[in-house]
Design a protein around this ligand. Structure first.
Ligand code: ARG
Length: 458
């Protein structure tokens, strides 16, 4: 079969080479973008009289039919035509004859691949924005239901201070908000059209890049043809955003795995999102959370893959860049699937409020509140910290909590302590009194829920 670029060649490509060189096995995913780009290009070629209007029309009709044929499963792509761009061009020539050979006027495959991938990335960004919104919604809804659910907050995985479950969830909603903003920024920076860059140095034909940019919904054409065909920073930025968002979900997954262990028993995952063991009949494992944690590493791999591919290649296009696609597709698919499963899983978790409350009472999570109490009565914080530390040590020796420590013993450490201390160190009050901006009090968490709803979920 004669190659579309075969003129200069005396020999056929070796089959091994054909196999190694071809990208159709994965870039067929871009068919709709390739056709969309070609239709815009053909319209422009017609309207600038680079080809006849009638030729432009027959190319466009042919491309539309090819799209229908592909979607009806009537088309089998061939490795012989290397990639999606040449497969479609070949199909077009087969369908409409010699006019089809005019489509590639003033255009290069380097142009096409840069355009197709950018269109794919832009669509993916918009889908991911929707999925991230759904994710924010489930987090904020669950937070609203748990404004009064007290749990211990941790540092070093040691009980630290009491917070609410809502506050913990809203930390992840804030992260998801920034994940969303990173996608918004992507659109601001990267909605620029490479088409018209040619192979590397534009074209001698009087093309109208403003027109194609408008037809394809871009903010405008890129301003340097070498840059247009050869940078893949928009893939790097998207995979970087994916890596950060995956890292955020992975941290929550780590907490979910801990919380659903018998040692914590803070939550129970729904049966529908857990799995059993082939040997141990009692097991109910948090596989969805573990998989998201595991897939985070895979998405980092996608990012490192494209960064490494790009780091040493001279301008402009080099075939190394054919390696840009699988990591992008994988990163986008993985991030999307993880957002969907996390949203579904969190919607169905059961929260064991009593266990959370009980745990927040252990581990002296209210010790800071005792120290703060002494400060409010006039002690310097460092002195209050020292006295509180001594009281905690005394409690540990006697195996009791601060709430159980008798008043006269408190008084032996400081005469400033009165009966009202017990109210002050009640973990529920400890949470409510933390009413500084961004704190865990019901009031503050409600403000953060409202902010996210107002700006992103309306
Ligand atoms: N299949 C190629 C890719 O994915 C398309 C561009 C080919 N360009 C070229 N000059 N060989 O990068």
């Amino acid at each position: 079969m004669e190659k579309l670029w075969g003129g200069r060649f005396q020999k056929d490509t070796d089959e091994l080479m054909e196999d190694f060189n071809s990208s159709i096995a994965f870039d067929s995913k871009l068919y709709a973008y390739d056709i969309e780009g070609s239709i815009a290009h053909a319209k422009m070629l017609g309207s600038t009289a680079i080809i006849e209007m009638s030729e432009s029309k027959s190319i466009i009709d042919g491309l539309k039919e090819i799209k229908e044929d592909i979607e009806a499963g009537k088309v089998e792509f061939s490795k012989k035509h290397e990639d999606i761009h040449m497969n479609i061009e070949f199909l077009l020539i087969e369908k409409i004859g010699d006019t089809g050979k005019k489509l590639h006027t003033a255009r290069s495959r380097n142009d096409q691949v840069a355009l197709d991938l950018r269109l794919y990335a832009r669509d993916s960004v918009m889908d991911l924005m929707e999925l991230t919104k759904n994710w924010m919604k489930v987090l904020t809804d669950l937070a609203e239901e748990n404004l009064y659910t007290i749990m211990p907050g941790y540092t070093h995985l040691q009980r630290a201070q009491p917070i609410s479950f809502a506050h913990n969830l809203m930390a992840y909603a804030e992260m998801a908000k920034r994940d969303y903003q990173r996608l918004e920024n992507w659109l601001k920076i990267h909605n620029i059209m490479p088409l018209g860059s040619g192979a590397l140095a534009g074209t001698t034909f009087p093309i109208d890049r403003e027109m194609t940019a408008g037809l394809l919904g871009f903010d405008g054409p890129c301003m340097n043809s070498l840059d247009g065909v050869s940078d893949r920073d928009y893939i790097i930025d998207l995979l970087s955003a994916a890596s950060t968002a995956m890292m955020h979900m992975s941290r929550l997954c780590e907490e979910i795995i801990l919380w659903s262990s018998q040692e914590f028993s803070f939550i129970e995952l729904d049966d529908a999102y857990s799995t059993g063991s082939s040997m141990m009949p009692q097991k109910k494992n948090p596989d969805a959370a573990e998989l998201v944690r595991g897939k985070t590493g895979r998405v980092y791999g996608d990012l490192v893959s494209i960064l490494t591919t790009m780091k040493g290649i001279p301008l402009a296009y080099n075939k190394d860049m054919q390696e840009d696609k699988e990591c992008l597709f994988d990163g986008v698919d993985t991030w999307s699937k993880c957002l969907v499963i996390m949203t579904a899983m969190m919607k169905t978790i059961k929260i064991c409020k009593d266990n959370m409350l009980e745990a927040s009472k252990g581990g002296f999570t209210n010790a800071t509140d005792l120290a703060d109490y002494l400060v409010k009565k006039g002690l310097a914080f460092r002195d209050a910290h020292k006295i509180t530390g001594e009281i905690v040590f005394d409690c540990i020796k006697n195996n009791i909590s601060l709430d159980e420590f008798p008043l006269e013993k408190y008084k032996s450490y400081s005469q400033l302590i009165e009966e009202d201390i017990y109210d002050e160190i009640d973990v529920r009050h400890c949470v409510q009194y933390r009413n500084s901006i961004g704190g865990p009090s019901v009031n503050q968490v409600q403000i953060s829920i409202e902010n996210i709803r107002e700006k992103y979920l309306k």
